[in-house]
Write a protein that binds this ligand. Sequence first.
Ligand code: NI
Length: 280
Amino acid sequence: MLLAGGLLLAGPGAASADTSADAPEGPDCSVDKCIALTFDDGPGAYTDLLLDTLNEHEAAATFYVLGSKVADNTGTLQRMSAEGHEIGNHTWDHQDLTELSSQEIQSELQRTDQAITRATGEEPGTVRPPYGALDQTVRQSVNQPMLLWDVDTRDWESLDSAQVTDAAVQEAAEGSVLLFHDIHASTVEAIPGVLQELEKDGYEFVTVEQLFDGHSMESGSAYSNARGPFTEDPAPQTGAPAPRTEEPTAQAEDTAPNLQEPRPRPEGPAPQTQTEAPVR
Ligand code: NI
């Protein structure tokens, strides 16, 4: 499929002399206003439609996939990879990692890394812990940086495209990581509007790896955006638990995890039965 540079350069009879290696490679986040859209819990029945939309806008994204869904969606993962998107590890079956032993955590992540690597030939660079839930055991058991988010569209809760768009557009800032779930039709339907509005605001859509390019990310540390000063998210509390906030965010670590997002459950058609596309 076409990549951003290819779209710009392709064309019948285009002067081939200019299509050489020094073509621009896309956004430079040290100069451009970059943002990372992230999609969790898939792939699902609507993911290929989402990839079409991202292509139309030459937008890159990051997909935190479940290892258990990889085998049935190998073609979709290969398409993500071929079209310039990033694939991250969201565990095998959406376990709350704070409820698991170190060995169980490593098993969840390794199985998923292996499935993704088998499908795409590339190993994921980051982990997104389900519910944003992590504690000291998780930190010590994860061999990759953990990527949280600073803009939670709560798309799973509203299931309303207009609300998803509003949340994304109003809360996004340079260096933000936005959280969506591509298993919901309402979310995938919201993305054209999200892209249009944020394009008007001058944003470039990049992968997590591109967003954090130039910053060192440490294994077992958690990050929620790429704004400086570039430090890890709040260290785990050793004493009393952090005060509960009205609106839980990714930064409110170690709070009740199921306030972050629901456990995965069958929603919409299963991947095997994707016979028709959601309305657009
Ligand atoms: Ni999730």
